[in-house]
Structure formats: C-alpha cells, structure tokens
Design a protein around this ligand. Structure first.
Ligand code: TLP
Length: 342
C-alpha cells in the first residue's frame, strides 16, 4: 500500500527506536523523567516560550489549552474549518463547557476585522470571549500557511481586548520550513502553542504545548485530570527529541513531493487541484470524473493507494517520509489509468 492518508501514518525511524530503547527515564508525574524534561526544554527554547509540556496527542494539547485558558460559559473564536471545531468531537463543549463561534476565513486565515467584530461586548446577556484560536498550517484549507502578518494583526486585537490566543500548530514546522519564517516568529503571535511530534516529524506518539511558566503549571494539572499524567514516559519522549533535532529540515522533501503529485494529477482529465499546494497536503476535486470522493477512494484502494475523503468530491493526499518519489510517480500513473477506465 502507498499510504497518503496522513503524515500521522509514518513509522518511527531506526534512530527513534534506538533512542526509545536507551532512554533515561523516571516518574514524570513527579517531574523526574530527564528525557521528558529535555524534550520540554528543547521545545520551549525552539518556540521562544518559558515552558512546555509533553502531551499524548494534538487533540489533548488543544483541549488542555482550552481548559486552561477558559471557564465554562466562555466563547471561543476560531476559523470555521479549524481542526478544533471540526475534528475534536466537540470536546471543547463536552469537556470545557465553552461554545465555539466560527469565522469563515480565506485559506484558513480569518479577516482580523471579522475577529474584532466577533469579540463580545460586556453585557449580561452575552458569553465572554475567552480565547481566540489560530491554526497553522491549516489542515482543511489544504496545508495552507496562514501569513505571519495575519497572525500579528489578530494577536494585536486580542491583546487590546485582553483575550488570550492559542495556536494549533500541529504542522507549525511545515509552515516554518516552507515559508522560511522561524517557528519562534509564528509562536510569538500566540500566548500558547500546540505542535505535533507525530505528524511530518515522524515520532510515534505525542505533542507539545508551550506557553508561560504559569500557564504550563496549570496545564500540567489539567493533563493529570484528563488521565494524561504518564510515568516512565521518556520511552516515548526520546523519539520526540529525535523528531525535533533530526527531522525538521527534511519536511521540505514532503513539500516537494506534494508539488510533484499535484503537477502529475493536474494532467489527469476530470481531476482538479483545489487551491495551491504550499506544504505537504494536496486537495483534489474528483467531481469531473463523475465520482464521489468515496467512490474514487474505493477504486484507488483497489490500486493499493490510500487517501482520505475531505468533502463530497474532495480527496486529501498527504505526503510523508514513508512515501518515496518513485511511489509518488506510481500514484500519478495509477490515477491516470483509473481515470481512463472509470
Ligand atoms: N489531524 C488528523 C485528523 O484528525 C484529521 C490528520 O490526519 O490530519 N490539529 C490539526 C491541525 C490536525 O491536523 C490534527 C490531526 C490535530 C490537531 C490533532 O492531532 P492528534 O491526531 O494527535 O490528536
């Protein structure tokens, strides 16, 4: 199988497996795991934040951020297709008791004027705006890079109104590598940041949230409440450290592969590339083949290629380091053939 469903599907490298094997460990609930501490310090330093916390997943990181920033009855402003809104099982409502208020953006970027207009005035009838969430790169917008200036403008509005900003940076390193802007500069436009070690960076497990020391102290308690206080967790933090130190620059290869795939698929009659390809995610519309995304994916699977539906006619391909250039060419050829035979 050529697996382009997500960049989450990659298997840990030999070096990561070795690091897990050799990891120095301790009980992390007592904050005694030296490997976790090293990972957290490295991540905080890279993002330019005071402190960081290793968490089990991107979803857990985002939810801990919501729980720590907000109180029940608050409202969160976020983009209409944000992962936090679409794909986290309404956990912000189920766990934190907050309601989302969505703003439709352009390639994942909310118009700062819309954000300003959506902030609630002080009125007994209204919820309080407790948090603004950004996402970079933006998954549903096809790995779009939200421009730094857009983030700066929104952060300024947030600060004027005393509202914290959380960045879902599950793929922030992709944004940094593709734009040449450091993760730290993106992270500067938010109070807290979540990024994933287990996506393009290839670690088997885990995400990190970063913010002020005080925020992380409270977040640690929320992680414990959620059952995320782990013990000799250096075993899984060690591959995460390799992800941060060895795997960042190679994300450029995934971006190249996504462009190569887009170029190849754009030559197929009946297939349209949706939007531009900036990082490792490619959205294609298969409506011109008179196929729904599910039907198309069924045929594709018979050809031993996997991708996921992202709308009635939209299919998402995500390049990742387990898929080679030759395999990308193979996928292009298979889709050509498939389109001819449908
Ligand atoms: N995204 C997954 C699916 O849930 C869609 C994927 O395959 O892309 N923020 C963003 C922007 C994400 O894309 C994801 C995962 C998460 C948060 C959640 O991370 P995990 O899966 O570690 O909980």
């Amino acid at each position: 199988m050529i697996d382009l469903r997500s960049d989450t599907v990659t298997k840990p490298t030999q070096q990561m497996r070795q690091a897990a094997f050799e990891a120095e460990v301790g009980d992390d609930v007592y904050e005694e795991d030296p490997t976790v501490k090293r990972l957290e310090a490295t991540a905080a330093e890279m993002l330019g934040k005071e402190a960081a916390l290793f968490v089990t997943s991107g979803t857990q990181g985002n939810q801990i951020a919501v729980l720590t920033h907000c109180k029940p009855g608050d409202e969160i402003l976020l983009e209409a297709n944000a992962h936090l809104f679409l794909y986290e099982g309404a956990s912000m409502s189920a766990l934190a008791g907050v309601q989302p208020r969505t703003i439709l953006g352009n390639r994942g970027a909310m118009d700062p004027a819309d954000v300003r207009a959506a902030i609630r005035p002080d009125d007994i009838h209204f919820p309080e705006t407790g948090l603004i969430c950004l996402e970079n790169t933006h998954n549903k917008a096809g790995g779009a890079i939200v421009p730094l200036e857009n983030m700066q403008q929104i952060y300024e509005i947030a600060r004027e109104n005393n509202i914290p900003v959380h960045l879902d940076g599950a793929r922030l390193f992709n944004a940094a590598v593709a734009s040449g802007i450091s993760v730290r500069r993106f992270a500067d436009q938010a109070d807290t940041v979540q990024f994933c070690l287990s996506k393009g960076l290839g670690a088997p497990v885990g995400s990190v949230i970063a913010g002020s020391a005080d925020f992380i102290r409270q977040a640690r308690k929320w992680r414990k409440r959620l059952g995320g206080g782990l013990r000799q967790v250096g075993m899984i933090a060690a591959p995460g450290l390799i992800a941060l130190t060895e795997m960042v620059d190679r994300l450029a290869e995934d971006h190249e592969q996504a462009k190569r795939l887009a170029e190849g698929l754009s030559q197929v009659n009946g297939i349209e590339i949706e939007g531009k390809v900036e990082t490792n995610i490619l959205l294609v519309n298969v409506g011109g083949l008179n196929q729904t995304s599910d039907e198309f994916l069924h045929h594709l699977k018979e050809q031993r290629v996997l991708a996921v539906p992202f709308g009635p006619e939209t299919v998402r391909f995500v390049t990742n380091f387990d898929v080679s250039g030759e395999e990308i060419d193979e996928v292009i050829e298979k889709v050509h053939k498939l389109a001819r035979n449908i």
